[in-house]
Design a protein around this ligand. Sequence first.
Ligand SMILES: Nc1ncnc2c1ncn2[C@@H]1O[C@H](COP(=O)(O)OP(=O)(O)OP(=O)(O)O)[C@@H](O)[C@H]1O
Length: 316
Amino acid sequence: MSDLVIETTGLRKEFRSLRGELRVAVQGLDLAVPSGGGVHGFLGPNGSGKTTTIRMLLGLARPTRGTMRLFGQPVPAQLPQVIGRVGAVVESPKFSPNFSGRRNLQLLAGAIGAPTASVDAALETVKLTGREKDRYKSYSLGMKQRLAIAATLLKTPDLLILDEPTNGLDPAGIREIRETIRDLGASGVTVLLSSHILAEVQQVCTSATIIGNGKLLASGTVDELLGSGTAYRVVVPEPTAAADVLTRAGLAPSHVDGVLHVEAQRPAEITQILGESGIWLTELTPLRADLEAYFLQLTEAEELGHDTHDTTGAIA
Ligand SMILES: Nc1ncnc2c1ncn2[C@@H]1O[C@H](COP(=O)(O)OP(=O)(O)OP(=O)(O)O)[C@@H](O)[C@H]1O
């Protein structure tokens, strides 16, 4: 039994333009999203292939090549077996503008055979309680987006796929959606959150996959992604002794006012080397401030190396 909710191997999608040109939206993508709840970021610049990947996973587009699994089941072949466990907001859902948010959800619940109680529970989860009796057309964009998420919750999904859910929202709307997504992830639902906004992934996600030009660039927990190959500020009681130990282990640090700056793949490398010599850290801080530098570094490298005839991505 696979412990991955989403798994793609060598996934590829080609489009042919009206002029007959080949456009490769997704190029051999291996995506692995672990089960067990939490929010997994699917991060990439505009046009990097996120929506196309999601559409293929949901059976809305056919892959050119590659395999996909949801809950260990091959899709699209077994999609009918697993789709009941998946909620998705890919494009704006069609709600009746003159009905209230609650009435819209009641109709939907009736159509899919969900219990009436699930409507109020879903409204509460997305914090629309209090506004649920207002007409849909009076809702702000953020409220409409939260109602769309509520609609997916009626069938209590194990996996929720949200494609750029904060697009077009004002700062208050963005904050509310992010809180809702974080709460859902914490409640045990696995959420795939596609985004081109680095700060969003950093704030909301526990793990992430970064893509550029339809290709995998990096994947891991947000901490791992931040900690990968970075420089650290290391404070120890005896910096000279610590510098000797680190130098002997191949991580020659530089001294800055009694503080060491050390390049390492992972922070654990530094703690282990020093700990084994009986040197205990007072402080260990990544010097790179956020995911942004890492993301730009990855996507710029990809942009420089990519074949312009074969890809269509651009740096956001
Ligand atoms: N139906 C289609 N026909 C032709 N090209 C397409 C089609 N759908 C997507 N593409 C192209 O594939 C590439 C990837 O698009 P996609 O929408 O998957 O990217 P994205 O990462 O979701 O971008 P965004 O953040 O802008 O939504 C783009 O260059 C897009 O123009």
